[in-house]
Write a new protein. Structure first.
Length: 238
């Protein structure tokens, strides 16, 4: 018996956007529900428990960030934020507030679908305690604490592994600088981004074919890093 189609809740007050998203998502196999307001969205999540939420920030009754805050008080459903707001501080605020990803309008449907599948895969992996994460030729066995590249073991220092482990646990989704620094080096070093740059450079030298053109460990400019998994969009890296 085949798996049931994933259910996605689209929260946007613009009819044209909802129609556009519904068409693309249904064509890709999703079951689509929609809501025009933040209050409707919260009610829908409570009653219907979707597998994914696509949440616009500019809602008529409340800011999407407030919807996310209320949602995260009791639910971990993957949530992708949509917004015309592209500044880095806003992206960091929302991701730290519990968003799994952030897509700036206008966007392509192929990008959104890839991010949607990545968010759902991460949730399934987390709920099933799946110990193996694959990112192209890179395999990370979280149970055995072993990393292999093209079948060959990659030796790492404890901090290098810890950094990669956290990225693997959030594979396909962006992880902020502050979160990585806190988890690897502790709260006193949450603003020491030079630590992160140094270790990311070391990791890329070990896991990338060409560290200057990374395809596995990607930079989200001004926000953090993302471990790419198949079908995950690859942002420009600087």
């Amino acid at each position: 018996m085949s798996e049931p189609a994933p259910v996605v809740l689209v929260v946007d007050d613009e009819v044209q956007i909802r129609r556009f998203l519904r068409a693309g998502l249904e064509l890709d196999g999703f079951v689509v529900q929609d809501a025009e307001t933040g209050a409707d969205a919260l009610k829908c999540v409570t009653l219907k428990q979707p597998d994914l939420i696509i949440l616009d920030l500019g809602l008529p009754d409340m800011d999407g960030g407030d919807v996310l805050e209320r949602l995260r008080a009791w639910s971990s459903v993957p949530t992708i934020v949509l917004s015309v707001r592209s500044n880095e501080a806003e992206k960091v605020r929302l991701i730290q507030g519990g968003a799994d990803d952030y897509v700036v309008k206008p966007f392509g449907m192929a990008e959104l679908l890839a991010r949607a599948h990545a968010a759902i895969r991460r949730q399934v992996r987390a709920s099933s305690d799946e110990p193996m994460v694959k990112a192209g030729p890179l395999n990370i066995d979280l149970a055995a604490r072993m990393v292999t590249l093209n079948g060959q073991r990659v030796m790492m220092t404890p901090k290098e592994y810890k950094l990669l482990q956290i990225l693997a646990q959030h594979a396909g989704n962006v992880v902020t600088h502050q979160y990585l620094l806190k988890e690897v080096w502790g709260s006193p070093h949450m603003h020491d981004t030079h630590y992160l740059r140094i270790f990311v450079r070391k990791l890329r030298q070990k896991i990338e074919d060409d560290p200057t053109q990374p395809r596995i460990l990607l930079t989200e400019l001004g926000i953090g890093y993302r471990l790419a998994i198949p079908d995950t969009p690859k942002p420009m890296v600087q």
